[in-house]
Ligand binder design. Structure first.
Ligand SMILES: [Zn+2]
Length: 221
């Protein structure tokens, strides 16, 4: 919101400069000659400020389109929380959350930025990037209808490679990220326990009860 306000302010200053180059100011007989540096700086700042929320909207639209495919639900929408959104979000402590009733997926700060950065440089794979893809897939599984955390997490693990490919990640990075999440980060959740314990299940493994035997499963050979 503040970005838009700033953009409108500088756009107004630019238009005002243009206006007074055509129409004389009150009390003046002649219009003032236009100050090109002033006009260009004001316009540049207006565009620069507006581009920040605009890029966020475009990224949300991109994630929404991919979440609809992954969740197999036309209801899915993705919202990237700003600092102010998080301040009034009753689930501010969760890195992300989804509402199976409305299809709304919310990713907290800074996870949209982490994901966007990873998609720009998909060869730079690290634990944060991997977690941002897994979280996107996990929330999509809630929208798909799964409310149980351990089951949604396991469904997301099996669809990690599918999700990463949908987002435009090359095959090698998608597969390495999915396997690294399953073999390392997911297994750590079991050891850490506590708040993470409900997300883990020993049945989430190839051939076990939660294996959906997907043809493109992360752990399929
Ligand atoms: Zn969840």
């Amino acid at each position: 919101m503040l970005w838009w306000l700033g953009a409108v302010l500088f756009l107004w200053l630019a238009l005002r400069e243009l206006y007074y180059s055509i129409v004389p100011k009150p009390g003046f007989l002649q219009p003032e000659p236009i100050s090109w540096p002033y006009l260009l700086i004001a316009l540049g700042l207006a565009i620069g400020l507006a581009s920040v929320p605009w890029r966020k909207i475009r990224f949300e639209q991109f994630l929404t389109a991919k979440a609809r495919i992954l969740s197999e639900s036309d209801q899915a929408t993705v919202h990237c929380n700003t600092f102010f959104d998080t301040a009034v979000d009753p689930m501010a402590l969760a890195a992300g959350h989804a509402n199976p009733e409305t299809g709304e997926i919310v990713l907290q700060k800074p996870w949209c930025a982490v994901l966007r950065k990873y998609l720009k440089h998909p060869q730079r794979l690290d634990d944060e990037n991997i977690f941002s893809v897994q979280m996107f897939a996990h929330e999509a599984m809630h929208v798909r209808g799964e409310r149980n955390e351990a089951v949604a997490e396991c469904q997301a693990i099996q669809r990690y490679v599918r999700a990463a490919r949908l987002l435009g990640v090359p095959e090698a990075s998608a597969r390495e990220g999915g396997l690294r999440y399953y073999r390392s980060l997911y297994q750590q959740r079991r050891q850490i326990g506590g708040m993470l314990a409900p997300y883990y299940s020993v049945e989430c493994a190839p051939g076990k009860r939660l294996d959906e035997a997907l043809p493109d499963s992360t752990w399929a050979r």
